[in-house]
Design a protein around this ligand. Sequence first.
Ligand code: URA
Ligand code: SF4
Length: 185
Amino acid sequence: TFALSSLDELAEQVAVCKKCSLCQTRTQTVFSDGDSKARLMFVGEAPGQDEDLQGKPFVGRAGQLLTKIIEAMHLKRSDVYIANVLKCRPPNNRSPHLEEIQHCSPYLFQQIQMVQPEMICALGTFAAQTILKTDRRIGELRGKFYDYQGVAVLATYHPSYLLRNPEAKRDVWQDMQKIMKKLGI
Ligand code: URA
Ligand code: SF4
């Protein structure tokens, strides 16, 4: 008999988590997708409806755009690790509440510690502010490298924002090129 990896154990813990009220409305928790040994990790906000139903992050419309961005970077989804700040869907896709982030973000920080990526791309305000422990705005944070416990963190606009503001795709592509350069791809 083999021990489960600590990430699998963490996912099992998350699957039965009742630390915040989102446990009452979720279909299931959404833990991660991709390669747990990846050099690059993407962090989003929270599951939406498609993610809540399928149990995988970034599988809806925003997810299809994220997949296109990853592929434009000459990578595949299976080359990167993908997770969210919240593991349960907020009703009607409302923004996460501070209390939910406080209860759930320790799981994200454990994921980061176990995956040990070289680089994190924080997608949108909530991922960026949570990882960087700041309340500065995404427009101000994006496009620069910060440090989270020795891991380089670059924030950019969330793919859902890009669906509403396609003109921001230019900025995101510039940000992705910085990641590619730093990763040597
Ligand atoms: N938006 C997110 O932030 N995460 C997902 O998993 C899907 C949409
Ligand atoms: Fe637990 Fe996070 Fe789900 Fe809240 S959102 S119930 S803290 S897994």
